[in-house]
Design a protein. Structure first.
Length: 267
């Protein structure tokens, strides 16, 4: 089976859960937008009746609110959970299609690549959906405030530089690429943890602890080296060292995943 067919198969398996996550995310945000605007309007009217002036509303206030932050946090946690579950679900029974595919050692890395690409596609899809939702929310936000003649402070571009959104939607394409590489690294680390744990679980009850130690140790070694040499290097040299360390980590995690998937995984 080709990688493209495996990706299509993985997407088909997760589409209902993914659409449910998107629906919950959008419903929560747009419901809170309505409540937020209603509350701001009530506050503005109270201050206007009391003769107080200078009241303004910023889109950043809405983005920085607890409910909006919680909605984004739910999506992040859901993708982390899926990055683990996309492997764990395959080992729930001996008769699954994945278990039959795992009996073909030469094709196991195709499964790894397909699952990795699937997760990255879903994450990028969430970014795109959240971006379009933000644009629509800003249009509704400004339309409501203009209709109620409530002063608006700041712009959309300034608002999305708020903390975590600045990481999701950086100012330059290069920064966006760097962030995606870091996200891919996190997904790869989660994949490696699951494969190490699943490769050990039949041999010891301590497989989760051992898997955490193995993956953490692999990540900690270059990290400690970078921290040690930080004081002796200029910024450009430090960035280069960080890049080399990241490449080494990706290479190491991939090799470890390949070894456990191809050699240690019993079916």
């Amino acid at each position: 089976m080709s990688v493209l067919k495996l990706i299509s198969w993985e997407l088909d398996r997760v589409k209902k859960s993914y659409l449910l996550l998107v629906g919950v995310l959008l419903a929560l945000q747009f419901s809170w937008l309505g409540a937020f605007l209603w509350r701001q309007t009530a506050t503005y009217e109270e201050m206007r009746l009391e003769g107080m002036t200078g009241y303004t509303v910023s889109f950043a206030n809405y983005i920085g609110s607890t409910i909006f932050t919680l909605s984004v946090g739910v999506a992040i946690v859901a993708m982390i959970f899926f990055s683990v579950w996309i492997w764990y679900r395959e080992f729930q029974g001996r008769g699954t299609f994945m278990m039959r595919l795992l009996t073909i050692p030469t094709g196991r890395m195709k499964l790894f690549i397909a699952k990795f690409v699937t997760v990255m596609m879903l994450i990028l899809g969430l970014f795109a959906i959240q971006w379009m939702a933000l644009l629509l929310q800003y249009q509704l936000f400004t339309a409501w405030l203009n209709a109620k003649m409530i002063p608006l402070q700041g712009s959309f571009e300034r608002a999305i530089q708020f903390d975590y959104l600045a990481m999701m939607y950086p100012e330059s394409g290069f920064n966006f690429l760097v962030h995606q590489v870091l996200i891919a690294f996190v997904v790869l680390a989660l994949f490696t943890f699951v494969l190490v744990e699943r490769g050990l679980w039949q041999r010891t009850l301590w497989s989760p602890v051992l898997a955490i130690c193995v993956v953490s140790g692999l990540i900690a070694l270059p990290t400690l080296l970078i921290i040690y040499f930080e004081r002796y290097l200029f910024m450009d040299e430090l960035i280069g060292l960080f890049g080399l360390g990241l490449i080494g980590l990706v290479f190491g995690l991939t090799l470890l995943s390949r070894r456990f998937l191809s050699k240690k995984m019993s079916v």
